[in-house]
Design a protein around this ligand. Structure first.
Ligand code: GAL
Length: 332
């Protein structure tokens, strides 16, 4: 009980510090922290993506709930936790995040269903389609052995959901694992994902309603084994940050720059600087969030995975600066 009171007190102090910060980003102590929503509850939104719509930021992420277990018979550390669906939080100042509920519900006891809690539902990203007036969510759908490797798609009439699941696909019959989604200024949207057994990444143009991949795609970072893509644009140039491929364990990030999202992408090296830069400060990137009120300002959103207790995974959100076309991410 004493412990419980102490933890509650610490959370309360942390939440006050969070509320009072003048920064746009939470006061993240070294190497990640739990972030609290406006009810004081830990934010459960891993592998996140953020959509800005009509003055509001909507944060979507994986709900990780329950006991972590190790999938037997794999030659890698295949730690899993029940897939709890996709959560949504909203904020107007990037400091206070209000819980908006489960945007995409999982299903239980239906192993054949993509959204069964026994599946992998990861890295959700949402964009808005101006023509269909639908919010479109893409995510990585898999089975525990990661051989299903598909992109799942869901739609909603309102940003926070609920989203209706439409099904999953292998774009151009290619594997899709870690992924992100990018909507460009001209309204075209792209899926960017680890493919070919994580060896090579693909950038694939979506069709006009954003619900299907087109046959237009390119292969990038051939045989480089990159994952966790996070893409953004600044002053007409595209930037793509990726991690290496070491499961839940941290590794060095790398970024590439391009004049055209379909490439060529020119590798620039590690955007992280300072102590533990080669471990991305013990995180793995998931998204780069443009701060709408401050053009040229971005937030690098990383996950600090706790692989043996995945629901305890934390977050590391850091300012990302660009100077002379070069990215710099430092842990404060
Ligand atoms: C990572 C990936 C995570 C998760 C994990 C499973 O490489 O980035 O999203 O899929 O593997 O081990």
């Amino acid at each position: 009980m004493k412990h419980f009171l102490l933890i509650t007190l610490l959370i309360a102090i942390k939440s006050l510090a969070f509320a009072n910060t003048n920064n746009l980003i939470a006061d993240t102590p070294a190497h990640g922290s739990v972030l609290l929503d406006t009810d004081g509850q830990p934010i459960n939104a891993h592998g996140p993506g953020v959509m800005y719509h009509q003055g509001v930021y909507y944060l979507f992420g994986e709900i990780k709930n329950g006991k972590t277990w190790l999938v037997p018979g794999q030659n890698w550390e295949d730690y899993r936790v029940p897939a709890g669906g996709i959560s949504c939080y909203s904020s107007t100042d990037l400091k206070h995040w209000k819980y908006r509920g489960i945007a995409l519900k999982p299903v239980v006891n239906d192993p054949g269903n993509d959204l069964d809690t026994g599946r992998v539902i990861e890295r959700p990203k949402v964009i808005y389609n101006e023509h269909t007036k639908k919010f479109v969510m893409w995510m990585h759908i898999d089975k525990n052995d990661y051989n299903y490797s598909r992109g799942g798609v869901a739609i909603s009439d309102s940003p926070a959901g609920p989203y209706q699941y439409l099904g999953s696909i292998k774009p151009n019959d290619q594997m899709l694992r870690d992924m992100t989604l990018y909507k460009d200024d001209d309204g075209k949207a792209y899926l960017i994902y680890s493919s070919e057994d994580n060896n090579t990444m693909h950038v694939c143009l979506l069709n006009d309603d954003y619900l299907k991949p087109t046959t237009t795609y390119v292969r990038i970072f051939e045989n480089q084994r990159r994952e966790s893509p996070a893409v953004f644009k600044n002053k007409g140039k595209y930037y793509l940050i990726t991690s290496g491929c070491s499961g839940w364990s941290p590794n060095a990030a790398s970024y590439a720059v391009a004049d055209n999202i379909m490439g060529p992408w020119i590798e620039q090296g590690n955007p992280c600087k300072g102590p533990y830069a080669e471990m991305t400060f013990f995180s793995q990137g998931a998204f780069v969030l443009p701060v709408i009120s401050k053009p040229g300002k971005f937030i690098f959103m990383g996950d600090v995975w706790n692989k043996t207790d995945l629901e305890k995974s934390a977050y590391l959100w850091l300012p990302l600066s660009i100077s002379n076309g070069e990215i710099e991410i430092k842990e404060r």
